[in-house]
Structure formats: C-alpha cells, structure tokens
Design a protein around this ligand. Structure first.
Ligand code: FE2
Length: 364
C-alpha cells in the first residue's frame, strides 16, 4: 500500500499579517484571508501574534496542562489521552484566558465577522498537545457550521505534526456540482484512500514501537490501540475495523464497488486533491472551516507539539451536536460567551501586545 503523502508547501494558503493603527488586521489582509477561506477552506495568517503574545498564550496553556484536575476533551483519541500520547483539554474561562482569546479574535475580527455574527456562541477554548508515539488521526470533518482556529505559540515542525488539511474540500451550497457533479463522491473516495493509508501507517508504527526505546509502549497499550473493544475513532483498532464499528474508517468502506471506483478515478483523485501539512512558526494563526477535510498527524519527535485552539459557531447549534465535536470547559458552559463578548472583552495588557508588523511602520 502506498504511503500517505502530504505536501509541506503551504505558501498558497498564507497571508503575512499586517496590522493597522488599531492593532487589527489591515483591510487588504482581511480581503486576502476571506478569499482564501472561501476558495480553499483555510488560511494561515503568519506573524499575527508577537513573541510576547505567543509566550502569554503558552504560559496559560501550561497552567492547564500541569493541572491534574484539567478537563480533557473526549473526541480526539481517548486511548491516546489515556497513554499520554495526546493531551487535548479545554481551558477555563478565567480573565487571563479570555483576554488571550479576545486578543486573537479582536485582531482578526474582520475575517471572523465574514462568517460569525456577534451573538454566535464560543464553542470551545482549548489546548491541543501531542507527544511522541501518538496516532495519526483519520482524515475527517468536524461538525459543520463552525470556524476554528489554531494559534502556534511556539514553532511547530512538520515532524511534530502540524495539522494536515485537504484544501478545497469544504462544503457549501452547490459545492457538489464541482468536478462534473462528482465533487462529493470524489471527496468521499479520496478520504477513504487517505484513511486506508493512515490505518496502515498507524499499524506499522505501533508494531515498530514494540522495540522503540524512544517512545516505548506502556503495558496494555498495544492491545488497547490494536485489539480493543473500546470506542475510539482514531486508532488502527483491528477489531472495530473488521466489525465496521468505526465511523471514520472500517472494512465496510472497502467493498468491491468502492475499490473499483478508487481504481477508476485514481488519476482524478491524484490531481484534484493535494493534502498539505502546516508547520506554523510561532505567532501564526490557522483559520479553517470545520467542514474542511483535515487530520491531526502523529508527533514523530520527542518535542511535544502544542497548539492553542478555539471554535466559534456560524449558526445556532444543537447542544448534543456541539458536545459531540467540541469540549467546552465547565466554566464556559456555566457562563456562555459569544463572539461579541470576546470582541468586548479586555485584551492582553499593552506590554504583552507589541505587534510584529504594522501597516504604518511598513509604510514609513
Ligand atoms: Fe478535527
């Protein structure tokens, strides 16, 4: 089986952040970013945060990561969470966390407000850490109707597992008419093809980890990741794969008809969809539509990979649907916040907000 191949050239999806006199993204950047979001489903705003701002975000994340009573997110991979391969947890709605989230939102208000009205709920503020030996998530879509962002609070290398996106696979009115009316069918085939390769990648990796001194398997970990009856959608779990009990990828998705279609459309799949892996520098912020195909890769280094993340709804959202895909901290559930609340919230103090670039400074 072919390896899962991903380009690391994200230049077509990047907008270097230039700020105006109020410290907000300049108009021409907003237009560029919105055009990329519409066309590709994502945009990477480079140098959006200063080093001081990124450091402030990292310090807040560390407080939560170091807290034994932190609130874990359930959806990523519970088995990876259990064996300390990942640590996805929500951040509490404290004034410093809200100020950091507000700083990011206020700076990119021009882009976010293209999609989210002021009353739209903040679904989650979280920190996403992955460690050596984590699984590669299957390519998936998050619940539809949400704008999500990842902020790099330190440099993230490809090997550490910056997020993989499949540009142009977001879903909007009429998107299915693309590619001769076969867009959604081809996307589904491409997703199956990618996930077959990810399944094999994860299995090979786990087999190699039996003798790996760098990221040794914990007692019971191999069994839990390969043969467990536990629900977990992002492990190469053979039992659930064979029984068809994994909605992301299972044997039932590889019927003769699908295999024939994969063969028949192999050239189109290769030409139409080009996955890219982001390796954002400190201070970059990635914005993406939740319905874009994406995955969190495995971390292949001893260096933990950390992201700050948050998600804002674009529409009303059913609570069950919300909690299926996002993990709001209990303090956010107790005191819900909207996009407008974040715009009105005090940002980080001025000394932590020295922006890297200003339109006026560049003009001068
Ligand atoms: Fe996701």
């Amino acid at each position: 089986m072919n390896a899962f191949k991903v380009s690391s050239d994200t230049s077509a999806f990047e907008v270097p952040a230039v700020l105006d006199g109020q410290g907000k993204l300049a108009d021409h950047c907003i237009r560029q970013a919105a055009a990329m979001m519409d066309r590709h489903g994502l945009v990477i705003l480079t140098d959006l945060l200063s080093d001081e701002e990124a450091d402030a975000g990292l310090a807040l994340m560390r407080q939560t990561i170091d807290d034994p009573d932190r609130s874990h997110s359930a959806f990523a991979s519970e088995t990876d969470n259990l064996y300390k391969r990942r640590d996805f947890c929500s951040l509490p709605s404290t004034p410093p966390v809200n100020s950091f989230a507000a700083t990011v939102c206020q700076r990119i208000e021009g882009v976010l407000s293209e999609y989210c009205g002021r009353s739209r709920p903040l679904l989650e503020v979280a920190t996403f850490t992955s460690y050596w030996g984590s699984s590669h998530q299957y390519i998936h879509r998050d619940p539809i109707g949400v704008i999500s962002l990842f902020a790099a609070v330190e440099d993230v290398s490809e090997q550490q597992g910056g997020t993989v996106f499949v540009p142009g696979t977001h879903q909007y009115g009429g998107a299915e008419y693309q590619h001769g009316g076969k867009a959604y069918a081809l996307m589904a085939l491409f997703r199956t093809q990618c996930n077959a390769r990810i399944f094999w990648h994860n299995l090979k990796k786990l087999w190699a980890m039996r003798k790996d001194e760098g990221a040794p398997l914990a007692p019971g970990e191999f069994r839990d990741r390969v043969f467990s009856t536990q629900w977990d959608q992002h492990q190469p779990n053979l039992l659930r794969f064979v029984l068809g009990k994994n909605s992301q990828f299972s044997l039932r998705m590889l019927g003769p008809g699908t295999l024939w279609q994969l063969y028949r459309h192999r050239a189109a799949l290769r030409d139409l969809f080009r996955p890219v892996q982001a390796a954002p520098r400190k201070g970059s912020v990635i914005l993406y539509r939740s319905d874009l195909l994406h995955a969190g890769p495995d971390n292949r280094t001893p260096q933990p990979r950390r992201f700050f993340g948050m998600s804002i709804a674009r529409d009303i959202i059913d609570p069950k649907y919300w909690h299926d895909g996002y993990s709001p901290h209990p303090t956010l559930l107790a005191h819900p916040m909207s996009f407008g609340d974040l715009l009105d919230c005090p940002p980080l103090p001025a000394e932590a907000r020295a922006p890297r670039r200003r339109a006026s400074a560049l003009a001068g």
